[in-house]
Design a protein around this ligand. Structure first.
Ligand SMILES: NC(=O)c1ccc[n+]([C@@H]2O[C@H](COP(=O)([O-])OP(=O)(O)OC[C@H]3O[C@@H](n4cnc5c(N)ncnc54)[C@H](OP(=O)(O)O)[C@@H]3O)[C@@H](O)[C@H]2O)c1
Length: 286
């Protein structure tokens, strides 16, 4: 069955203003499926919606929402109940970097709200809606960092372990209801993620590579998209979990150091990296 017939007529994509979510929204629209684009940045969503409708003749709806906010997440569930949504891609998420002694508590709580609570809430809502329809797809984003503890990204890695596990469990619960649940575990991807987390990731996999592999894997249980993610996983999986943690901790520290060096080289007065912004404000009491 063509994907538009199996997963249309509408798809909801969270995290559609940037990176993997934007690339997925673009590919989904190109397949003739109408899209609901959700993230915080309304103007990015509006620009994308206009482009996708012009390029592919599909309908597009912009749904600005802060998924760290339970009321906004509930509003997303409410507004989309009027549409026949067959495909749900929950790509909104972000990472933080630094030891627990450095990170901001409010930012870590926000991370849990976006990466875990909103994903659980929307999965719960759409699992029921899709099962009632008898066909559909649900795509959740874990990460290769979710398979072990990662010093320097402990809370982010833990949030991705949750999502990976949730998706695998839902896959089996919903398969007999005609709903395909896919757990996607990318390696490093060159998107807005690096800037927000304070990591240098410019040579990482392009978001469209992840999007193409993800759509191609609908129906499967899980996927590690992109050659870099596959290579990293293959080399790490041979090691004991404890050693994997140490290796990934070093990798994150290296990406963080490069990020600091690169930022210092290219820094413009008054322009800050989003992830470090909140921490600086909190320390100064702002
Ligand atoms: N990039 C990587 O290396 C990598 C690796 C493994 C897994 N992942 C996962 O893949 C997913 C997509 O990441 P990406 O690489 O595409 O990152 P990205 O380019 O930074 O995009 C993240 C998206 O999430 C949205 N978002 C963030 N906070 C939000 C909030 N509070 N409410 C609503 N939307 C919010 C952002 O939009 P606004 O800022 O407009 O809200 C943006 O559209 C994430 O779950 C990430 O954890 C990424």
């Amino acid at each position: 069955m063509r994907r538009a017939a199996r997963y249309g007529p509408w798809a909801l994509i969270t995290g559609a203003s940037d990176g993997i979510g934007k690339a997925l929204a673009t590919r989904i629209a190109a397949e003739g499926i109408n899209v609901v684009l959700c993230a915080r940045r309304k103007s990015e969503l509006e620009t994308l919606a206009v482009k996708l409708t012009a390029d592919h003749g599909i309908e597009s709806m912009v749904l600005p929402a802060d998924l760290a906010d339970a009321q906004d997440a509930a509003r997303v569930a409410d507004i989309t109940s009027r549409l026949d949504i067959g495909l749900v891609v929950l790509a909104a998420g972000f990472g933080t970097t630094g030891s627990v002694l450095e990170t901001s508590l409010s930012e870590e709580i926000q991370l849990v709200s976006v990466n875990i609570t909103a994903v659980m809430r929307l999965s719960h809502t759409f699992a029921r809606r899709l099962a009632t329809r008898g066909r559909g797809g649900l795509v959740l984003f874990g990460s290769i960092v979710g398979w072990q503890g990662v010093p320097g990204q402990a809370n982010y890695a833990a949030s991705k372990a949750y999502v990976q596990s949730l998706a695998e469990g839902l896959h089996d619960e919903l398969a007999s209801h005609g709903v395909d649940v896919l757990a996607v575990a990318p390696g490093p991807v060159a998107s807005g993620f690096g800037a927000r987390a304070g990591l240098y990731m410019d040579s990482a996999t392009k978001p469209d590579v992840i999007a193409k592999a993800t759509l191609g894997a609908l129906g499967r249980r899980k996927i590690i998209p992109g050659n870099k993610g596959k290579l990293l996983t293959a080399s790490l999986l041979l090691l004991p979990r404890r050693i994997r943690s140490l290796v990934l901790g070093r990798v994150i520290a290296g990406m963080r150091a490069s990020s600091t060096t690169t930022r210092a080289r290219h820094s413009t007065p008054g322009r800050a990296v989003r992830g470090t912004d909140t921490r600086a404000r909190e320390r100064s009491g702002g």
